[in-house]
Ligand binder design. Structure first.
Ligand code: ASP
Length: 717
């Protein structure tokens, strides 16, 4: 006999599977899912094999990861199109007060003029295989959580090293797909010589700045070109003037005709992180603790850096990249906070968990196996909420104050490098150490001691006001005289050598004792705080081990409950998503159409940053010099497009492709309401934003001196 509650549960399960059908556009599909998708129904004229086909050539060979973003190869000579905000760090690092590429833009007339970006890497997915069984074989019943995390980490490293031996020249990385359940080993080509080729001025590439960031309608020409190089024999190599352009296996064809409202589009890219499978207790932790903490800390850092750069462009340039990424996350976090409250996501998830719990409780076998899973997950998040701000700030001390970050890297390297390779934290393993040290060295070029003094003061003051400071001798001493922290921080920053790359290089081979004996006062503070950070690292791993096991069980039982299979959360591995160019309604009686144009750029232009359209654009606009890049219906150069694909951070720079797989835009953002995508996708509010290819071509070829790039991409005007 079916009981009433069981009937309710069954109806709910049916409804929820109907819901997943209704939300068919939701999904960042891994390559393994492509054969199961009905691509034709999605308006795509390519087969799964034409999209991805390991061992043969497919569209994926034309897609790459560019640091944390995505890019596409648009010529057989390794020319990459990505976002302006993805190349931002390279543009900023190459800029000086006298030669301000960020403000003026940059166009290399010849290959020799292209500018090396030493902290950039490009990654291409070659192949993948499921290694879940091999990874999970090291987990034993009842294993302590910390040991569990460490055993899985070690196994992943072993598999990576073995795969790299098997495939010389490729890099292997094991990605966790479903926490505690599925793991996939990816094989990548990594290219290490990446150069800046073309960037519009920031007044085009970042038009609208933070005012318009995460908003639609948008009028930002957020694109740039880079180029990947290899050694003369075609193998990956770090920068050398003898290197030659990389020849990709596949070039993404540019479609200068662009798209129109209603057209099908799809994206391939490397979305960073989503949390769609996490519980209501996780969302509450985000809503009540982590996101508000981030907003407060980032707002403070941004405003201090802006003040520091207000009078001196050279200082502003040093901070530009950091301000940009902090501001991006700060505004996204505010969007997420608003979305969590408005969209009632926590309440919806709480009630679906109640239905799941009923389902579990209705059958004794399920109850025995999964009865406490949800409650146990809640316990972990409530522990994290209790420690909350303290842990966030302890970790942030190392982000906000750069010299502390450099000192931590140095000391951590000394401790970790003394261990056997497989037991080290990943950045210090032999296969990663050169790259991670290079990143620190490059970061030092932006070090600005007066700002670091402010950051150190602010973070130490915050920490010292917390009761936990009393448990750390170095902080306890500072906490006894909070008013004196400013002076102390000044002294520490003025006397440290930690911002100097030569000091870093001289210290990289030293032991922890030798570093201690240097008596650099700021490094000494780092060493005193080091046990607190490593304790936090162990605590995080313990929680990870526990959540990893619990989420594995949760997915198991949810799959039984919903009789559905799920798509793993984004994890910076290659994904496919599709949708249509489509309007949306952010509020009652408001409809926003999906194509913005140059006319809108003019309407927004005030002459004052961030709405200070460059003279060259104004002149071409006044002259009506649009070439063939006019939208036939709108009779304007289209600037940006809006579409309902499923994207997140990391999809920045992803190609927006038409039904034939040709490039019609470059993805760069989402609308404000869609910041909540990371927690729950919804057909009503989830919209992504890309720069229209016609604007890219017009700005590059008609407004600035990049006609040769259009020729290189096979585009005639
Ligand atoms: N602009 C975004 C970013 O921060 C892209 C996105 O998240 O949709 O990377």
């Amino acid at each position: 006999m079916v009981t009433r509650s069981l009937r309710v549960v069954m109806v709910l399960a049916l409804l929820s599977s109907l819901c997943s059908l209704a939300m068919a556009d939701d999904g960042m599909f891994p390559m393994s899912e492509l054969p199961r998708l009905n691509l034709a129904e999605r308006g795509i004229l390519l087969s799964a094999e034409e999209l991805f086909s390991p061992g043969a050539t497919s569209l994926v060979d034309g897609i790459c990861r560019v640091n944390g973003c995505t890019g596409s190869f648009v010529s057989s000579d390794g020319l990459i199109i990505t976002n302006h905000h993805c190349a931002f760090d390279a543009i900023q690092k190459a800029s000086t007060r006298e030669n301000d590429l960020l403000a003026n833009g940059f166009s290399a007339a010849t290959r020799e003029q292209e500018i090396p970006a030493p902290d950039y890497q490009v990654r291409i997915t070659e192949d993948y295989r499921d290694v879940s069984e091999q990874v999970l074989s090291v987990v034993t019943p009842g294993m302590p959580y910390l040991d569990r995390t460490k055993a899985i980490e070690r196994r992943r490293k072993e598999l990576e090293i073995a795969a790299e031996k098997e495939h010389p020249g490729l890099r292997a990385e094991v990605a966790e797909m479903f926490a505690g359940k599925t793991y996939v080993l990816f094989l990548y080509t990594y290219l290490k010589d990446v150069r800046l080729v073309f960037a519009p001025p920031a007044s085009v590439g970042n038009f609208g700045g933070e005012v318009d960031n995460w908003e639609w309608p948008r009028h930002t020409g957020d694109f740039s070109f880079m180029r990947a190089y290899t050694a003369p024999n075609g193998t990956p190599a770090t920068y050398s003037k003898d290197n030659i352009p990389y020849h990709p296996k596949r070039v993404v064809k540019v479609a200068p005709e662009g798209v129109d409202e209603g057209d099908a589009v799809f994206l391939l890219g490397y979305p960073g992180r989503t949390a769609r499978h996490k519980t209501a207790s996780f969302l509450r932790f985000e809503q009540d603790v982590r996101l508000p903490g981030i907003v407060e800390l980032y707002q403070w850092q941004i405003s201090e850096m802006e003040k520091a750069g207000a009078e001196d462009r050279a200082v502003a340039l040093k901070h530009a990249s950091r301000i940009k990424s902090l501001a991006n996350v700060e505004k996204r976090s505010r969007g997420q906070l608003q979305g969590l409250k408005r969209a009632g996501i926590v309440a919806t998830r709480t009630s679906s968990e109640a239905a799941l719990q009923n389902f579990i409780d209705a059958e004794s076998a399920l109850k025995e196996k999964y009865g406490t899973v949800l409650a146990d997950i809640n316990t972990v998040y409530s522990e994290m909420s209790t420690a909350g701000q303290w842990e966030i700030e302890l970790a942030q001390l190392r982000q906000a104050c750069r010299a502390i970050a450099f000192g931590f890297y140095l000391y951590d390297a000394a401790v970790e490098r003394a261990k056997p390779d497989l037991e080290r934290e990943a950045p210090y393993m032999d296969r990663n150490f050169a790259q991670s040290s290079q990143e620190v060295r490059v970061a030092m070029s932006d070090w600005h001691p007066p700002t670091d003094h402010i950051m150190l003061t602010g973070m130490l003051e915050r920490l010292c006001r917390k009761p936990q400071a009393q448990t750390i001798p170095a902080l306890k001493a500072l906490a006894s005289n909070i008013a004196g922290i400013n002076g102390k921080a000044d002294e520490l920053i003025k006397s440290t050598k930690l911002g100097d790359p030569a000091f870093l290089d001289a210290c990289l081979k030293k032991t922890p004792e030798e570093l201690n004996a240097l008596n650099d006062p700021l490094l000494t503070l780092v060493i005193e705080l080091y046990p607190a950070w490593t304790e936090l690292r162990s605590l995080d791993k313990t929680r990870e081990g526990r959540l990893n096991q619990l989420y594995g069980s949760l997915i198991d039982v949810k799959q039984q409950f919903e009789s559905a299979s799920f798509i793993p959360d984004a994890n910076a591995t290659l994904r496919f998503t599709s949708g249509h160019v489509r309007s949306y309604s952010p509020a009652d009686a408001v409809i926003r159409t999906p194509i913005s144009t140059l006319k809108g750029v003019m309407e927004k232009t005030t002459g004052i940053e961030p709405f200070d359209t460059p003279q060259a654009v104004l002149e071409k606009y006044a002259a009506g010099d649009f070439g063939s890049f006019v939208h036939p219906r709108l009779a304007q150069v289209p600037v940006a497009i809006l579409y309902d694909t499923d994207t997140t951070g990391g999809n920045s720079g992803s190609p927006v492709l038409n039904a034939k797989g040709h490039l019609v835009g470059v993805n760069f953002d989402r609308c404000f309401e869609a910041t909540i995508n990371d927690f729950a996708w919804n057909t009503d509010y989830s919209r992504s934003i890309g720069v229209d290819i016609r604007y890219v071509l017009w700005i590059t070829g008609t407004v600035y001196n990049g006609k040769h790039l259009l020729t290189e991409m096979g585009v005639g005007e």
